[in-house]
Ligand binder design. Structure first.
Ligand code: FES
Ligand code: FES
Length: 162
């Protein structure tokens, strides 16, 4: 199987690797680059657990090949907190609202919300809710997640840096 050289930035760090053409970005990040914060579940774009940010957009990393990320700027949940170690506002809101139980879906939820709130964007609660319509959570009944969204919308700013 032929391999391809790729160079990308993950959580502001340069990463270079040789990958098979068929390797997904999610598999690459988890198994070759060590970013195990993203979770792989359905692996066909249905659950949202593998969501990361690629060049500012929320992307399902199970649906993108690693070679397609050559030259891209990638943020995973490991890189979403603030530089001083404090939680990203989305993480903080989810924590305060008990928006997770087992946590399997949580990295994907955080990254989708973080993508909406980058560059200090202030999305309405409805916009955030719609964006999460493609995320499955088996534990929370979504109530805590909805509360976190309301909290973010009420705060009027999220100060995201992703
Ligand atoms: S693992 Fe990618 S959407 Fe489910
Ligand atoms: S918190 Fe368990 S799947 Fe969402």
């Amino acid at each position: 199987m032929s391999e391809h050289q790729i160079q990308l930035t993950v959580n502001t760090r340069p990463v270079q690797a040789s990958v098979e053409a068929r390797m997904t970005l999610g598999d690459f990040l988890r198994s070759k680059a060590g970013y195990t914060g993203l979770h792989l579940a359905c692996e066909h774009g249905v659950c949202g657990a593998c969501t990361i940010i690629v060049d500012g957009l929320a992307v399902r990393s199970c649906l993108m090949f690693a070679v397609q990320a050559d030259g891209a700027e990638v943020t995973t949940v490991e890189g979403v907190a603030n530089a001083d170690g404090t939680l990203h506002p989305v993480q903080q809101a989810m924590r305060e609202c008990h928006a997770l139980q087992c946590g399997f879906c949580t990295p994907g939820v955080v990254m989708t919300l973080a993508s909406l709130t980058a560059d200090d964007a202030r999305p309405a609660a409805d916009t955030m809710l719609k964006a999460l319509s493609g995320h499955l959570c088996r534990c929370t009944g979504y109530q805590g997640i909805r509360k976190a969204i309301d909290k973010l919308a009420e705060a009027g700013t999220t100060g995201g840096r992703a």
